[in-house]
Design a protein around this ligand. Structure first.
Ligand SMILES: Nc1ncnc2c1ncn2[C@@H]1O[C@H](COP(=O)(O)OP(=O)(O)OP(=O)(O)O)[C@@H](O)[C@H]1O
Ligand SMILES: [Mg+2]
Length: 602
């Protein structure tokens, strides 16, 4: 007897479903994509208990004739490709003929469909992959798919689902993305008794963005047409291109929605090009909000490379990278000669005074004490990022610079000399030159303060004279509303205000009212994905990080000498903190030894 046997079809389908159907949101995605492929103009999506109890997708597309409806729930049955050649030029979102049978194999499944122009519709019921009934029904033209009790026959999979709210948020996110990708189609999403999203067909992407995200003057348009690739969309602006005169920080953190030939994708090449463009513009935001749409000939990419179709492969990857990078760079308005903003004499003379009090000789007579002091092995190239001056990181090996002579304070103050591009503080001490990212440093300082205050109780709150209403994407509102209690400890008092807005009555005192909108937007992005109740400490840290980030001085803020000195002093007190709460480095160190070596002075 052989040991190998063929799997029965329902089991094969369940296994396929393991790849295609991860959670209710993936069901919503597959069904909505089918509706889009069927030429629907309006989609109505409804979920119960985050989609665990039910997902229903209703469309006004072309529908199916009875024999097609029967075939649609069979594996490898598709109307979208016929020959191997077709794989090279796919214009539809679906092509595998796997979604419906997979979904039907792990749920109570009902398909109702009526082809355009036909007199009646067909209803097919499937339970765990087995057809239970097929009947003729009266209905409007189009298709309705109902998926009940997903994974009811796979308890192990069901256990891995998040809370209802968590799953609902994922559903809202995917519908938001689809709505963004197809402005001409109307989308409605209801969740339980609530309308989570309502977007009538829109004339343009700009209108759709407005429907979803409200007024956003912090997004700039991008566009480029090169090498057969067309890129359009909007990205989070840098501070200097933001609304004139308003104090604003780095680009808004937020969703990175990337579409290739109208397909939502996650792509490393594109993600890298985005980061590249932002860091070239001197902002190291790890996840700036972008909404990008790439169009290229179907033959320029392979869409058949990922089980949930979430990734594609580009024929010319470097070209895609270059088009995206350049388009963003241009949009972000990089350019202009580098500028070194030196502080006026007053600063220098004050520095002198401070020097005299702190470390004699740094600016004064140019005599460096302990010049030949053995500096240990710590000062290799890696020490360039060594962070706070003289901070002795126990056992870290980068503390050689502090091998001090008697009587020297262990943490020496840095003397600010001025700003570079209004973004970096240039400072010196007798160990060398430090380039400090003013925003990151201040953020670090505030973060420590926030965490201290939080341990002692709660953050000081400042009640707004007039509550402010902030427009947010529905999923963002949902995320924040689920966290009101934790946010209160930080001084935020918020309340849901309709589907797409949050009413803010109080904000942390260290945050101005103007900064609160940005901070809340960022918070929504940060807290998204953390399941309610779980990882509370993580969530608190994130709120603290986001709050300090938005209260901190920004890149492109011109600082007074006092402010620079204050930031450096405070930074000194945070001792070993060499990275910001988001993990970005605070400081670049050019050590005395490196400087001297470069000038052949050793
Ligand atoms: N809402 C709908 N309206 C009209 N026809 C549909 C609809 N949903 C599915 N179909 C038909 O059923 C077929 C099977 O759908 P299914 O989603 O299983 O596969 P697919 O879309 O072809 O490929 P994929 O597995 O990549 O999604 C489709 O090819 C299409 O012809
Ligand atoms: Mg499909």
């Amino acid at each position: 007897m052989g040991r190998i046997g063929r799997l029965p079809p329902d089991l094969a389908n369940q296994i396929a479903a393991g790849e295609v159907v991860e959670r209710p949101a993936s069901i919503v995605k597959e069904l909505a994509e089918n509706a889009i492929d069927a030429g629907a103009r309006r989609l109505k999506i409804h979920v119960e208990l985050g989609g665990k109890k039910q997902v229903r997708v209703e469309d006004d597309g072309e529908g199916m004739a009875p024999e097609d409806a029967r075939l649609a729930i069979e594996r490898h049955a598709t109307s979208k490709i016929r020959h191997a050649d077709d794989l090279g030029a796919i214009r539809t979102l679906g092509f595998r003929g796997e979604a419906l049978p997979s979904i039907a194999s792990v749920s109570h499944f009902v398909l109702r469909t009526r082809a355009r122009g036909s007199a009646s519709g067909t209803e097919i019921r499937v339970n765990a992959g087995a057809v239970a009934s097929v009947v003729e029904v009266g209905m409007a033209e189009g298709t309705i798919v109902e998926v009940g009790d997903v994974f009811y026959n796979l308890p192990a999979r069901r256990k891995f689902l998040k809370s209802d709210a968590g799953e609902a948020a994922q559903v809202t996110r995917i519908v938001t993305q689809l709505a963004l990708g197809y402005p001409e189609i109307g989308f409605t999403l209801t969740s339980g008794g609530r309308t989570a999203l309502q977007c009538p067909p829109a004339a343009s992407l700009r209108d759709r963005l407005y429907q979803l995200y409200g007024e956003r003057d912090d997004l700039v348009e991008v566009g480029r047409d090169a090498g057969g690739i067309r890129l359009t969309g909007y990205v989070a602006a840098l501070a200097e291109t933001g609304a004139a005169g308003t104090p604003s920080g780095g680009p808004a953190r937020g969703p990175q929605n990337v579409f290739v030939n109208r397909r939502i994708v996650k792509d490393r090449t594109i993600a890298h090009a985005i980061i590249d463009a932002y860091s070239q513009a001197s902002i190291k935001e790890r996840s700036p909000e972008v909404h990008l749409f790439l169009e290229m000939p179907a033959s320029a990419l392979d869409v058949n490379v990922h089980p949930t179709k979430a990734e594609v492969r580009f024929r010319d990857q470097p070209l895609v990278h270059e088009v995206v990078r350049r388009a963003l760079r241009d949009a972000l308005g990089q350019g202009g000669a580098p500028q070194l903003q030196l502080q006026p004499e007053r600063a220098a003379s004050e520095a002198g005074v401070r020097v005299a009090a702190a470390i004699p000789g740094v600016l004064g007579g140019g005599v460096f004490p302990n010049r030949w002091r053995p500096e240990g092995a710590g000062l290799d190239a890696g020490a360039l990022r060594a962070g706070v001056p003289g901070a002795r990181a126990p056992g870290s090996g980068v503390s050689g610079a502090t091998a001090t002579g008697a009587g020297m304070p262990e943490l020496r103050p840095l003397i600010p000399l001025g700003q570079f591009r209004d973004t970096f503080i240039i400072a010196v001490d007798d160990e060398g030159i430090a380039i400090v990212d003013q925003h990151v440093a201040h953020e670090r300082v505030l973060f420590e303060r926030v965490m201290r205050q939080l341990t002692a109780g709660r953050l000081e709150s400042q009640r707004l004279l007039m509550p402010v209403v902030i427009d947010l994407a529905p999923d963002a509102c949902q995320t924040l509303a689920a966290r009101t209690v934790q946010l209160e400890a930080f001084g935020y008092e918020i309340e849901r205000f309709g589907e797409g807005a949050i009413k803010v009555a109080a904000v942390p005192a260290l945050l101005g009212a103007e900064d609160s909108a940005r901070a809340l937007r960022a918070l929504a992005a940060d807290l998204d994905g953390l399941d309610r109740g779980a990882e509370v400490q993580d969530a608190l840290q994130r709120i603290a990080a986001t709050t300090s980030c938005h209260a901190a001085v920004k890149a492109h803020d011109r600082l007074t000498y006092e402010k620079m000195a204050h930031i450096l002093d405070e930074l000194r007190a945070t001792a070993y903190s060499t990275v910001c709460p988001h993990g970005r480095p605070v400081m670049l160190r050019l050590t005395r030894r490196e400087i001297e070596k470069n000038f052949d002075r050793i």
